[in-house]
Design a protein around this ligand. Structure first.
Ligand code: PEP
Length: 251
């Protein structure tokens, strides 16, 4: 049985006082929830303070990106050791904004994934097709390539999460239908089975991301192969993130 993971990607939002206010609010409102994992990923500048605020809480902390080296002359970068140091247990890697705005390649993302697991961080590998790729019928080909390249070198013993985020659905208000999401998620699970065996594929969480809101979270999260959500915009307010986390699986 896979435990749901609801993750908030705050992107480049929130000063330290703003981040502390939201994290404190979430810690109070989500206290005691143990049947699903909850994760927030503030910007780097707020990680240390938010990590302290979350000590002893069920809300986990993650980074939004990292470099694969441990330390050295890499101006402007953050290492896996630094993320661990401030209390992170997860890191988002290969987000579409990293791929498309900052030109990150599958090869670079794979180095980061390997480095994350080496340092006991659970990577959330983001994959997803552009609108023109979907319209050209290339969704599965694109996603397959990103999954195979991103996970190269991992073993069935390594813990990782996949986030399927169709690029046309991120920050646009357009959400994939539950059926569109399920089709790609079950395809990814088959890929994982081919790569790592059925048991590992069944244990691995595949999140959906792309304009998830309280109004659509339930129908997406009820799909068999949708094991959680990576939430951008709706994770920036305590009300909407709380509602997504507390969606009723039975309702
Ligand atoms: C994201 O940041 O990964 C994301 C899916 O954003 P949004 O929920 O705003 O579409």
């Amino acid at each position: 049985m896979r435990k749901l993971l609801i993750a908030g990607n705050w992107k480049m939002n929130k000063t330290v006082p703003e981040a502390l206010e939201l994290a404190g609010e979430l810690k109070r409102r989500l206290d005691g929830i143990s049947d699903r994992d909850i994760l927030i990923c503030p910007p780097f500048t707020a990680l240390y303070a938010v990590g302290k605020e979350l000590e002893g809480s069920n809300v986990k902390l993650g980074g939004q990106n990292m470099y694969f080296e441990e330390q050295g002359a890499f101006t402007g970068e953050i290492s896996p050791v630094m993320l661990r140091d401030v209390g992170c247990s997860y890191v988002i890697l290969g987000h579409s904004e990293r791929r498309h705005i900052f030109g990150e390649t599958d090869d670079l993302i794979n180095k980061k994934v390997l480095s994350a697991v080496k340092h006991d961080l659970i990577p959330i590998l983001c994959v997803g097709e552009l609108l023109e790729e979907r319209e050209a019928g290339r969704t599965k080909e694109v996603v397959k390539n990103q999954v195979l390249e991103g996970l190269k070198g991992l073993t069935p013993l390594d813990e990782f999460v996949i986030a399927y985020e169709p690029v046309w659905a991120i920050g646009t208000g357009k959400t994939a239908t539950p059926e569109q999401a399920e089709e790609v998620h079950s395809f990814i699970r088959e890929l994982l089975s081919d790569l790592f065996g059925r048991e590992k594929a069944e244990l691995t969480r595949i999140l959906y991301g792309g304009s998830v809101k309280p109004e659509n979270a339930g129908e997406l999260l009820k799909m068999e192969n949708v094991d959680g959500a990576l939430v951008g915009g709706a994770s920036l307010k305590a009300d909407s993130f709380e509602k997504i986390v507390k969606f009723d699986a039975e309702g």
